[in-house]
Design a protein around this ligand. Structure first.
Ligand SMILES: CC(C)(COP(=O)(O)OP(=O)(O)OC[C@H]1O[C@@H](n2cnc3c(N)ncnc32)[C@H](O)[C@@H]1OP(=O)(O)O)[C@@H](O)C(=O)NCCC(=O)NCCS
Length: 177
């Protein structure tokens, strides 16, 4: 499931779990204790993907990026921080996500979007290009709008969700032995 592109193969740090049915190509780095679940497609071909620590990318999600061009000299890599939960069937394209974020099932996050730390994106949300989602808030809808500040339970849940997935991937890694 790990494929080279132009001589670059994905780099997995300690404790990373990648389901055998997922496909990771090229310039991808995945930090400690992160997990990639069934049928994820991630292509680090015309730019790079960097995923932080204890982050989970759930089933059927698609990760890609945008190449550099004259108009856009760095292109848009895909950068995901620590303790991020990417729900089922999410599309992340050329965007930057901070730490402790929940991306709800089926959400689409487009090029040059910045999601600050401690944000929840509701299921099915569409985040159009170039938007910044402000730390500590819930965003829902298509196109997504800021719905309200997150409460204390929701803020705490962001870390719990990531931790639950660290535990789950450890159990899956045990099964692989
Ligand atoms: C947005 C979310 C966090 C719930 O927020 P909430 O404030 O508790 O939602 P409520 O149930 O109180 O609903 C408030 C309103 O928002 C609406 N709403 C809830 N989720 C919504 C969503 N994803 N998109 C648009 N509207 C949504 C509700 O229908 C309700 O509308 P109403 O007031 O007209 O009846 C949740 O619905 C969600 O999308 N969670 C993502 C879960 C997920 O995908 N996890 C990853 C997989 S493990």
């Amino acid at each position: 499931m790990l494929r080279s592109y132009k001589g670059i193969t994905p780099t997995l740090e300690q404790g990373v779990y990648v389901d055998v049915s997922s496909v990771l190509v090229g310039d991808i780095t995945i930090g400690r204790d992160s997990s990639i679940w069934p049928l994820v497609a991630a292509r680090g071909d015309v730019n790079y993907i960097k995923i932080g620590e204890r982050t989970n990318v759930q089933d059927g999600s698609v990760l890609h990026l945008t190449r550099a061009s004259k108009m856009n000299p760095n292109g848009y890599p895909l950068i995901i921080g620590d303790d991020v939960t990417v729900g089922h069937k999410v599309m992340l394209h050329g965007c930057t996500l901070g730490n402790r974020i929940l991306v709800g099932m089926g959400a689409i996050v487009m090029d040059n979007v910045t999601v600050e730390d401690d944000v929840i994106i509701g299921g099915g949300a569409l985040i159009p290009p170039n938007k910044t989602l402000e730390s500590g808030h819930l965003y829902v809808g298509s196109p997504a709008k800021k719905a309200r500040p997150l409460n204390e339970n929701e803020l705490a849940f962001l870390k719990v969700s990531a931790q639950n997935y660290v535990q789950l991937k450890n159990e899956y890694l045990e099964e692989c032995k």
